[in-house]
Write a protein that binds this ligand. Structure first.
Ligand code: GDP
Ligand code: MG
Length: 177
């Protein structure tokens, strides 16, 4: 990845959405700073974090927005979605309810965001395989039906987190180029 001092060719806004406690903030901490905390407070209070990387010889600043504890249904404001070109729609593989709420989040996202937004469905916490409540196949099928990318991740083990963000960013890059 390129260093941050070079000129920026693109800024892509990507939003994180999904129920509370699914691991959105820890996924962002992993991607932006390669950090993880097991006792993360509900909110860091920062609207977004950035990381600059190089895609096909262009420098891309990823501006990743994190909900500040507004995960109640319809509490996320339209300003949050405004200008977003990518979204990570996150559930917790050990909490069925967080997966059952995904259609709502998707509907909210689609009603607020650009119609060409790149969306990836994420099943987080794969390190807790023994507590799994959402079969991979269910999520895969849903993603396919809705035309979403899909990956299972562990922010704790740094598994697939980089891949998830890079897939979304590269897809956005290919759309604008
Ligand atoms: P958010 O409310 O969606 O932002 O969720 P957080 O990122 O604050 O995470 C909620 C809780 O889940 C915290 O205790 C995290 O440490 C924990 N957590 C987040 N990601 C993972 C993961 O991949 N594996 C495990 N075991 N715990 C995680
Ligand atoms: Mg959070």
């Amino acid at each position: 990845y390129g260093d941050a001092s070079q000129k920026i060719d693109y800024v892509f806004k990507v939003v994180l959405i999904g129920d509370s406690a699914v691991g959105k903030s820890q996924m962002l901490a992993r991607f932006a700073r390669n950090e993880f905390s097991l006792d993360s407070k509900a909110t860091i209070g920062v609207e977004f974090q950035t990381r600059t990387l190089v895609i096909q010889h262009k420098s891309v600043k990823a501006q990743i927005w994190d909900t500040a504890g507004q995960e109640r249904y319809r509490a996320v404001t339209s300003a949050y979605y405004r200008g977003a070109v990518g979204a990570l729609l996150v559930y917790d593989i050990t909490k069925r309810q967080t997966f059952d709420h995904i259609p709502r989040w998707l509907e909210e996202l689609r009603s607020h965001a650009d119609k060409n937004i790149v969306i990836m469905l994420i099943g987080n916490k794969t390190d807790l395989e023994d507590q799994r409540a959402v079969p991979t196949e269910d999520a895969k099928e849903f993603a396919q039906k809705e035309g979403l990318f899909f990956l299972e991740t562990s922010a704790l083990e740094a598994r697939n987190v980089e891949d998830a963000f890079l897939t979304v960013l590269t897809e956005i890059f290919n759309i604008v180029n």
